[in-house]
Ligand binder design. Structure first.
Ligand code: FAD
Length: 264
């Protein structure tokens, strides 16, 4: 059985500040965070996720919870809304000494995190709390299937940049448009299939449709799929029902739901 998540042994609420805000492509923003408290955060690579805390519009600072365990959630809910921060899940795209990058897919709608990423400026406060790594391929598989929409592109790219030189993988990356396609650092055994939507279709549907009809290698495999919930569950269902893959070899992660705001 594949363990579902690997977390740091000790986890701390870490308060940071924005160092930079850049645009790797039209539909994305990279926000770089740093500060003295970053020493208390253990970068783990791959799809390491965090709870990201940031102030609501109109608040004059960030009020972080103090509890370094899951009790933080009750603590946040008990704060009056005038002081309560927004909380969303994000991936550590990259880490360097003294800095971490988080890459936001910009999307429409009433979306606090995407809006915050558009306007974050150096000096703005933000906090993180480690959620661990879910990409946990077992030994003994001969190839991997990785699939992501734009919300999971940062995680997929981090996985590929950290990958062992002998990784063999088919990778499906769905992005909003052709201008969001980029160079990928990956081992030579990795085939990256960029899937620009360039249309009004729902995120995740192009990747799911493509994977359903894709020729895939035989042999024991590990799958990591993340993004809109129907992409994650759809790929898993297809692999199990139509391709006879064992459920235990598939990590499927619903990062967001179409039409529903993330709680927090
Ligand atoms: C473990 C984990 C890691 C994640 N890592 C990243 C990451 O590195 N980068 C990243 O961009 N996202 C990432 N996400 C997804 C992110 O948490 C959600 O997209 C989140 O809902 C964004 O919050 P928001 O405040 O912008 O929108 P919300 O307030 O949550 O939602 C507002 C509206 O926007 C829609 N919506 C939410 N996300 C998207 C989207 N991506 N595209 C189109 N519509 C959307 C919702 O359906 C809703 O209708 C991750 C999620 C998880 C669980």
């Amino acid at each position: 059985m594949i363990p579902k998540v690997r977390r740091a042994k000790t986890r701390k609420m870490v308060t940071l500040e924005v160092l930079a805000n850049t645009a790797p492509s039209p539909a994305f923003r990279t926000v770089t965070l740093g500060g003295p408290d970053l020493d208390a955060f253990e970068p783990a690579g791959d799809d390491q996720a965090v709870r990201l805390f940031f102030p609501r519009a109109g608040q004059d600072g960030l009020r972080m919870p103090t509890l370094d365990h899951e009790g933080w959630m009750a603590e946040v809910l008990m704060m009056p809304k005038s002081r309560r921060p927004w909380v969303r899940n994000y991936t550590i795209r990259r880490s360097r000494p003294g800095e971490i990058d988080i890459e936001f897919a910009l999307h429409d709608g009433d979306a606090p995190a995407a809006d915050w990423a558009r306007r974050a400026r150096p000096g703005d406060p933000a906090g993180v709390f480690d959620l661990g790594v879910s990409y946990l391929p077992p030994s003994g598989v001969s190839w991997q299937l990785l699939a992501a929409d734009e919300s999971a592109l940062p995680a997929a790219l981090a996985i590929l940049e950290n990958a062992a030189a002998d990784l063999v993988a088919e990778v499906f990356l769905e992005v909003p448009s052709k201008s969001d396609v980029r160079e990928v650092e990956a081992p030579s055994g990795v085939n990256v299939h960029w899937l620009p939507r360039d249309s009004g279709r729902l995120p995740g549907t192009l990747a799911l449709e493509t994977i359903r009809s894709a020729p895939l290698p035989d042999g024991p495999s590990y799958t990591w799929v993340a993004g809109e919930a129907k992409l994650a569950t759809g790929v898993r269902r297809h692999l199990v029902r139509d391709r006879g893959r064992p459920r235990s070899d598939i990590a499927f992660l619903g990062y967001w739901r179409h039409g529903r705001a993330s709680p927090g």
